[in-house]
Write a protein that binds this ligand. Structure first.
Ligand SMILES: [Zn+2]
Length: 217
């Protein structure tokens, strides 16, 4: 099999990343993820004067650079214009993205960092999403009264103080899910970010109208 036609096992999280906004090079190829292939191992720690568990590069499960065929554990995944996703090492990443072969070390690191940052941002977003999902489970309700009660229960458990009803302006207090006919009080949510992640939910225009529409009043 020639190097060009070789196919690679693409991790699921890398495939998922390919659907998002990525780092596009001058030739149209896109870097979509960075991956460090690691494992737990016992290593000597000077500070603790003994063996400790630590993450170390896992060369037994290394990937292969699609450009030079060398083993790599710091892997950049690039989606080519034909849709094929290939792994590449840090020293060949820029070439696959269409940058000139001869680049200074500083420029090379800058390109690598943009891809590594993509990964960090995604991890952050995944963390936020997980938190919001828990909030939805614990707070969505069938009526404003029930939503308020659930919010108070949740806030007591979480140790978060929530402004009482009446201290917020009414139109800003509720979120509704028109499809599921669910209501949630907005208190304690970064609402804009929440709404950008959950298109099913929206700010209420008028909670009375919404309830009437649902036949609840
Ligand atoms: Zn290479």
């Amino acid at each position: 099999m020639t190097l060009r036609n070789r196919s690679y096992v693409v991790p699921a999280q890398v495939k998922a990343a390919a659907k998002q906004k990525n780092f596009r090079g001058p030739n149209g190829n896109e870097a979509i993820a960075y991956q460090w292939i690691w494992k737990w191992d016992l290593v000597f720690s000077k500070a603790e004067d003994g063996m400790v568990d630590a993450k170390v590069s896992d060369w037994d499960n290394a990937a292969t650079c699609s450009t030079c065929n060398r083993k790599i554990v710091h892997v950049y995944w690039v989606k080519k214009q034909d849709g094929k996703i290939v792994p590449v090492g840090g020293d060949h990443l820029h070439q696959l993205l269409g940058y000139p072969k001869e680049l200074g070390h500083g420029q090379l690191r800058a390109i690598q960092r943009q891809v590594t940052d993509l990964d960090v941002k995604r991890k952050e977003e995944a963390g936020i999403r997980k938190r919001y999902e828990q909030i939805i489970i614990q707070r969505e309700a069938d009526s404003p009264g029930e939503a308020n009660k659930k919010l108070m229960l949740w806030s007591r458990k979480a140790g978060i103080s929530i402004p009482p009803v009446g201290s917020e302006s009414l139109d800003k207090m509720w979120l509704v899910n028109m499809k599921k006919k669910k209501i949630m009080r907005t208190a304690g949510l970064a609402v804009d970010r929440f709404l950008s992640m959950y298109p099913d939910w929206e700010r209420t225009r008028n909670i009375g109208d919404v309830l009437k529409l649902w036949g609840k009043r």
